[in-house]
Design a protein around this ligand. Structure first.
Ligand SMILES: [Zn+2]
Length: 463
């Protein structure tokens, strides 16, 4: 019997197992003994390990952080890294979000696609290999993460105790294969300000944006003193000239300036309109009483402005594998004599952190602006001829009859958290991505197709 037929035999059992894990609300909760990420993530981990045990696999629970089902012999192992935690369900569901109801061939529920369904599909792919007694030269682990949505701290816990897999994939993105993920930085650029001393408008506060990795759609600035009517006139002139949406209103503290933009993901800032930078552009035209604030605003208006590729800042990089730098100003906060912008800069896969930050830091020399709270993730990149990529391409093409194009993205997937892992599925090209949204579902047909693809992929990697 072949793997496909075996997966078909296991179909009903697979569906039941997906239902079991989807019915557990595994949103991060309060940390307790043995439940580092709260009750839900721990319960779903226990459930997945129980399913694995009943399927005949060796199981290990690593102190409630993460666990795995293991099969086979050998020093090296292949890993499938999935996660069983979910984001909160939110509103707008037509079926209950934790009931795993099936309607019109689709199972609805938070986590059906991200990432419980595909993780179970991989487990049953391995079960098919086991039932058929196919010979493997490496061990295989299906790893159940429980903290992917809120920091992936469980993978760090795992990597502190276990050696890395030699090859593997995560079923937590899309098909065909994501072979390149840009390097990601998130950090603040901060300047302390002395009190104002010149003639001009007195800025009391500036606030805009919700997260560093999103293009801000709104920014607000409070001005104390000065004439609201004058500012209104200036803003109308400025808006007419630039096309920016800047509005001025009287406020109990003086005058409020509002800048409007268009939100977009921080990995695609060119699709948005940055309300913070538009505010800076307007403020840069005004006489301000604080020369240090004026310098800060002028600096970023001049060297960033509407640009989203870092060129004027001197950090432009580009490669053919993954494209150019993306430079997003995500948030601004000015209060209590200091101002900071939170940036999200992503750099192409064939470059390093230093290639980005050396010129960045050089640009800041002499400005009094400091880099703080650096968060960095290295790029992920496999050569197109890497055996892992070749094996997954072969399986995908055989199973779907479609070409397995290699994808490069600016976002970071779960694959970045563990060495030698690449993102492979589970969403097929052209299918909607409802991850983190209302009415998330997985088509039963796609669940089974995933189980078959993953069965063959595991076999190819571990044979
Ligand atoms: Zn996910």
């Amino acid at each position: 019997m072949g793997l496909d037929k075996k997966v078909d035999e296991l179909k009903d059992d697979l569906i039941e197992s997906v239902k079991r894990v989807v019915k557990i609300k595994s949103v991060q909760g309060e940390s307790k003994a043995g439940m580092p990420f709260g009750e839900g993530p721990r319960r779903v981990l226990d459930c997945a390990l129980d399913i694995s045990k009943k399927l005949g696999f060796k199981t290990v629970n690593m102190d409630g952080y993460i666990g795995y089902a293991e099969y086979g012999q050998g020093d090296d192992y292949v890993a499938i890294l999935g996660h069983l935690d979910v984001v909160p369900e939110g509103d707008g569901w037509k079926y209950p979000p934790f009931a795993a109801e099936i309607h019109d061939g689709k199972m609805y529920g938070r986590g059906t696609m991200d990432d419980k369904g595909p993780t179970m599909a991989a487990l049953y792919g391995l079960k098919a290999i086991k039932d058929l007694n196919l010979p493997l030269s490496k061990r295989v682990r299906v790893i159940f993460g429980t903290n992917e949505e809120t920091g992936s701290k469980e993978v760090k816990y795992y990597m502190d105790k276990e050696k890395a897999p030699v090859l593997g994939f995560t079923p937590d993105a899309e098909y065909p294969i994501i072979y390149a993920e840009k390097g990601i930085t998130i950090f603040d650029v901060v300047k302390d300000l002395k009190a104002g001393c010149k003639k001009g408008y007195s800025v009391k506060s500036i606030k805009g944006g919700t997260a560093p990795n999103a293009v801000p759609a709104y920014c607000e600035c409070i001005i104390g003193g000065g004439s609201t009517e004058d500012l209104k006139k200036l803003s109308v002139e400025f808006s007419n000239k630039t096309g920016f949406d800047i509005r001025v209103e009287a406020d109990k503290e003086g005058t409020v300036i509002k800048a409007y933009g268009l939100a977009a993901h921080g990995s695609l800032p060119e699709l948005g309109k940055n309300a913070v930078m538009r505010m800076f552009a307007f403020l840069d035209t005004l006489p301000l009483d604080n020369p240090e604030l004026k310098d800060y605003i002028h600096f970023f208006n001049k060297y960033v402005g509407e640009e989203t590729d870092g060129e004027s800042f001197g950090v432009y990089l580009e490669d053919k594998e993954s494209g150019r730098v993306t430079f997003n100003v995500g948030c601004v906060e000015m209060k209590d004599n200091s101002i900071k912008l939170s940036l999200n800069i992503r750099y192409p896969v064939t470059y390093t952190f230093d290639d980005l930050m050396n010129p960045f830091n050089k640009k800041l020399e002499g400005t009094g602006i400091k880099v703080k709270n650096m968060m960095h993730q290295k790029p992920l990149y496999f050569h197109a001829n890497h055996p892992l990529i070749k094996a997954l391409q072969k399986v995908y093409e055989e199973q779907t009859g479609k070409k397995a194009d290699l994808l490069a993205i600016g976002g970071g997937t779960y694959a970045k958290e563990m060495p030698n892992i690449v993102a492979f599925g589970p969403i097929f090209p052209g299918k909607p991505d409802l991850d983190h949204q209302a009415n998330e579902y997985i088509e039963i047909e796609d669940l089974i197709a995933n189980a078959k693809i993953y069965a063959h992929a595991i076999y190819e990697l571990a044979k």
